[in-house]
Design a protein around this ligand. Structure first.
Ligand code: FES
Length: 301
């Protein structure tokens, strides 16, 4: 993964969630953003506050590729943020050029929409997303959890079983060897196996059919999980973008795939979602996690 100096490209939304008729609202750190598609289908991001009377622009509508405020109908261009139309102006009057709203840099790739976090725009060649999901990831979702982002990221390293599930597979809380830190990431592996009669795999077993690898970035809130079978083939993956929401909550935007090709494929439900990113968290279970790889992560960050 590459280090960006003045900002990062943070995935903040799924491509499927952004349409060309009604905007959506996303909170990313201190930014409140209205996202929509313009007349050619490009994703645009404007500050979610109308400069007229501060009504959220995400309550408005997209009309002919531009975002119209729900209150008095001022309309804004998505690429520049310029106000292009005020309904009660006469034909002779022009919209003053100072009427505009902040427009943010966005980028769309493989089902994720990225927002640039820096004050200055990204450089054309130098600043690329560090979160590359070059796979077919047909499963997706977004969740808001009542846990601060820093705590969520640490719990994911020490006990992913408290935050995510892959149907019918349990993760042990023993991690294998020392976590690896390099190039802005920490990587942890732990044993995983089938859940039998509702019970996760025993921590005393000597042989496990799977290994769960968790890769967490230091510089942004992205985490990749890869589940390997005994032939070292990846049978499930989850790409997660984790970033602060409002009121100490955490936003999670994720995509994944599950691809079991061996004899046990039938144990993965075809009716239940094979990947579950928990929206209801067990506070006691998280509080009781032993401190493990998270201590190394905290030192590095
Ligand atoms: S508050 Fe948006 S147009 Fe008046």
């Amino acid at each position: 993964m590459k280090t960006a100096s003045k900002g990062i490209w943070q995935p903040i939304a799924l491509s499927e969630s952004i349409g060309s008729e009604v905007p959506i609202r996303v909170c990313y750190e201190a930014k409140e953003v209205a996202l929509f598609r313009d007349g050619i289908g490009k994703v645009r991001a404007l500050k979610d506050r109308c400069p007229h009377r501060r009504v959220p622009l995400s309550l408005g509508k997209v009309i002919e590729g531009e975002l119209r405020c729900a209150y008095h109908g001022w309309t804004f261009d998505g690429s520049s943020g310029a106000c292009t139309q005020i309904p009660n102006l006469s034909d002779e009057e022009k919209v003053p050029s100072r009427y505009k709203v902040d427009a943010y840099s966005v980028h769309e790739d493989n089902g994720f929409v990225f927002l640039w976090s820096g004050q200055n725009p990204p450089s054309k060649d130098g600043d690329k997303p560090v979160f590359a999901a070059n796979e077919d990831l047909p499963l997706y979702g977004n969740v808001i959890v009542p846990l601060a982002t820093s705590a969520y990221r640490l719990a994911m390293l020490d006990g992913p079983e408290t935050l995510i599930g892959i149907h019918n597979i349990g993760f042990t809380d023993f991690f294998l060897g020392d976590p690896v830190t390099r190039d802005g990431i920490i990587q942890v592996e732990r044993n995983a196996g089938w859940i039998r009669r509702g019970k996760p795999p025993s921590k005393w077993a000597t042989d496990y059919p799977f290994i769960l690898r968790t890769i967490s970035s230091f510089e942004d809130g992205t985490i990749i999980h890869q589940l390997f079978d005994d032939k070292e083939q990846i049978v499930a993956q989850i790409y997660m973008s984790i970033f602060p929401g409002t009121r100490s909550t955490t936003n999670i935007v994720w995509r994944g795939n599950v691809n079991f090709n061996h004899k046990d494929a039938g144990k993965i439900s075809r009716t239940k979602a094979p990947i579950d990113i928990f929206s209801h968290l067990d506070g006691e279970a998280i509080a009781n996690l032993l401190v493990g790889p998270s201590s190394q992560f905290q030192e590095a960050v």
